[in-house]
Design a protein around this ligand. Sequence first.
Ligand SMILES: Cc1cc2nc3c(=O)[nH]c(=O)nc-3n(C[C@H](O)[C@H](O)[C@H](O)COP(=O)(O)OP(=O)(O)OC[C@H]3O[C@@H](n4cnc5c(N)ncnc54)[C@H](O)[C@@H]3O)c2cc1C
Length: 349
Amino acid sequence: EGLLPTLGASQQDHDDFERFTDIIDTYKSRKAFTIPMELSSRDDDLLRLDLISMSGFLKDRGLDSPALHWYVNYACRDDYGCNYNDVSAWAGIHYFASRDVEEGTVLTWPEGNGWIVKRLREKLATRITTGSLVFHVSHDYVDVYDVRERLSTRIRAEHVIFACPTYLAKHLMEKPPSVEEFEYAPWLVANLSLDSFPQQRAGVPIAWDNVIYDSGSLGYVVATHQRLNTYQPQTVFTYYYPLTGPSPAKERTRLLNTSWQVWVDFILADLAKPHPEIRGLARNIDIMRWGHAMIRPRPGFIWSEARRKAAEPLGNIYFAHSDLSGFSIFEEAQYRGVLAAERILKIRG
Ligand SMILES: Cc1cc2nc3c(=O)[nH]c(=O)nc-3n(C[C@H](O)[C@H](O)[C@H](O)COP(=O)(O)OP(=O)(O)OC[C@H]3O[C@@H](n4cnc5c(N)ncnc54)[C@H](O)[C@@H]3O)c2cc1C
């Protein structure tokens, strides 16, 4: 229960966790770290945090507990897809200090953000065109390829909202904003269809989100956890593995070049630590490779001129991807989209 590793924790672990919590509470009381991130405090002492790494921040404050380091690194890998050595301390602290929720009060749906997508789609069905690839964006028009009809169409536009990942601008625009500073973390996500649940061990029931201590993965989510059936033999585990090596380009190549079978063996070996019988239960394993899954909030990026400039409109083209916030969360995506729409509505009167 809970993410803090308390089993076998030493006195130093307890002391360091307490000191870390106090530090975070001080930032919370200043209301310095907000969602959306643009509304955060610009105090100098806080902006300077962007120049050091999250691991450096802990070391600078004499917080050495291995359990605390594991916990903070897990948080960075989970939300940013990066090792805490490569995460700006500003971003790392933002993860802990921007939310004021009690653990256990998280709201989620069985299909995750897919639920929000469905509800939005219900309202906007007549205005959405799917199966369409944008291949050119200019100040006067957007060229779109309909993959079903195999037909290209030119859409004349007075204003364009560019909500694709921002790095794509260099492939789609003649004069794109500079995106050289934008780095993205690759992720692997696997769905394991299981004939039955693994055994419960050590008296602990399988939770919705299950973490394996000291694993390179983030563990797994039980996709059927919120079903109300009292008897449910089969299930699906969704397994998350961010590739967090220091070079995202090399990690992308590794993700692409590693075969399905090698990934399957890797995943099953990892899951066999808590569930030795997993190999016999898995009927099917689907693997999704996300080359540019999340923007990397590496030291210096969040409050860089490069990020700030890329978030500005280029004439009548407004950028709106969550990566403009420096880290990938739904709330930032929503903020960027609304901001772009409001800017255009203001001009149109
Ligand atoms: C494995 C994983 C787990 C995550 N879990 C969470 C989570 O639990 N909570 C959370 O808040 N965030 C999570 N995120 C982050 C999540 O990606 C963002 O919160 C959210 O999707 C960002 O929305 P967005 O609209 O900015 O961008 P995106 O969701 O990336 O949307 C961009 C869209 O542009 C489209 N596109 C790209 N190129 C073209 C083109 N040429 N033509 C037409 N369309 C194009 C894409 O198909 C895509 O639909 C997760 C990310 C990953 C990878």
